[in-house]
Each structure stands twice: as structure tokens, then as C-alpha cells.
Design a binder for this molecule. Structure first.
Ligand SMILES: N[C@@H](CCC(=O)N[C@@H](CS)C(=O)NCC(=O)O)C(=O)O
Length: 197
């Protein structure tokens, strides 16, 4: 399998971390890709032009990160990271929704920041408020060291905030979330996928 990714993308990190946990990382060739350059190989696999995009051995392509993680979870033989049914499944998917939403808001802020004088614009301010509210909500969630797709997504989102917005400390008013993240980010699958430029 081939994964179009970038070292900075939090969505791609979620997929890479999931692949490590599922024991599939050695079967995945990582193809470093700048989606904004619209490389033909990416566009042929994904008309949306987004990373992460996974291409399987038979040439099928999968996106977005949720679908790729579902696919990897399905083909792996070890312990699942997406619970198959019941309350644990819905809690994991709900948490993934929060983590992915954080990433969406943070990635959009980065895109808006590339536009002149955009930081103070209503859309940028709205994303900032989305991030603050979501962090507040996560502070009250019962996060554990149990590994599932929800916890992976939240960890990747927090890692992205630290990576892209280091001057905006989120920890002081969210001590429980901060303490959880200290333990979570020490895990091997997050250590091996730390964001880079
Ligand atoms: N919902 C998608 C979001 C993917 C996404 O936004 N990827 C960004 C990189 S972090 C991207 O490819 N951006 C290129 C663009 O906006 O054209 C997922 O879960 O995979």
C-alpha cells in the first residue's frame, strides 16, 4: 500500500499512528506529498487533492482519514482500534469527531493565515472559538490511556496545535487534558509520527 502524506498533516498522522498500532506500518510505503502542488499522482488517486490518501495493492484508493482508518482496521488481524459495536464504538467515533473537528479548525486557521490580514477576520476568529470550545469540552471528557481511534485523533489534534500554534498555550485552563496528553504523547505510535515541517 502507498500513503500520500506530509509530515505536518495531523490527519495523515492519525492514519500513520493507526497503522503502527494495527501492525500495518511496514506494509505501507510513505509518499511525501505537498497537496497544494497538485501532483498528478495524488490527483489520479484522489480528485479532492487531499492528503492522506491511501492506494492499495489492487489500485483502489481510499480517503479521507476516517475511511482509511476504517479500512486499515478492517484488514488488520490484531486488536481493533475501532470498536465493532456498542457504546464503546460510538464513544470512540464521537471522540474522533471532536479530534478531527479540532484539526479542521486548526488547518483552516493556517490556510487563512496565509492570506494577507486574515488573522482578525471573522472566519479566523470563529475557528479560534471552535478550538477553544472543543478544548473545553475535551477537558470534561473521561479520557483514558485506552487506545482507540478517538483517543488517537485527539492526541494528533493536540500535537498539531502545539506544532502550529506554540504561542497559544491551551494547557493552563485545561489541566486534566494536559495531564492526559503528557502520558498519551509518550506512546510509541505518537513518538514515531511527531509532526515536522
Ligand atoms: N477530512 C479530511 C481532511 C484532510 C485535509 O484537510 N488534508 C489537508 C492537509 S492536513 C490537505 O490535504 N490540504 C490540501 C488542500 O486543502 O488543498 C481527512 O480526514 O483526511
Amino acid at each position: 500500500m502507498r500513503l500520500f502524506y506530509s509530515k505536518a498533516s495531523p490527519f495523515a498522522r492519525k492514519v500513520r499512528a493507526s497503522a503502527i498500532l494495527l501492525g500495518l506500518d511496514r506494509q505501507i510505503e510513505l509518499v511525501e506529498t505537498n497537496p497544494f502542488a497538485d501532483p498528478t499522482s495524488l490527483l489520479e488517486a484522489n480528485p479532492l487533492g487531499l492528503i492522506p490518501t491511501l492506494v492499495t495493492e489492487d489500485g483502489s484508493s481510499f480517503f479521507d482519514s476516517r475511511v482509511i482508518c476504517e479500512y486499515l482496521n478492517d484488514v488488520a488481524t490484531g486488536l481493533p482500534i475501532i470498536p465493532p459495536a456498542g457504546a464503546t464504538r460510538w464513544m470512540a467515533l464521537r471522540l474522533q469527531g471532536l479530534g478531527d473537528g479540532l484539526m479542521d479548525a486548526a488547518v483552516l486557521r493556517r490556510k487563512l493565515a496565509a492570506l494577507t490580514d486574515s488573522a482578525d477576520q471573522p472566519l479566523a476568529q470563529r475557528q479560534k472559538a471552535v478550538i477553544a470550545r472543543t478544548l473545553d469540552a475535551l477537558e470534561t471528557q473521561p479520557l483514558t490511556q485506552h487506545v482507540d481511534i478517538g483517543h488517537i485523533a485527539v492526541a494528533c489534534a493536540l500535537g498539531y496545535l502545539d506544532f502550529r500554534f506554540p504561542d497559544e498555550p491551551w494547557r493552563p485552563s485545561r489541566p486534566a487534558l494536559a495531564a492526559w496528553f503528557v502520558a498519551a504523547q509518550a506512546e510509541h505510535y505518537l513518538q514515531a509520527t511527531r509532526p515536522e515541517i
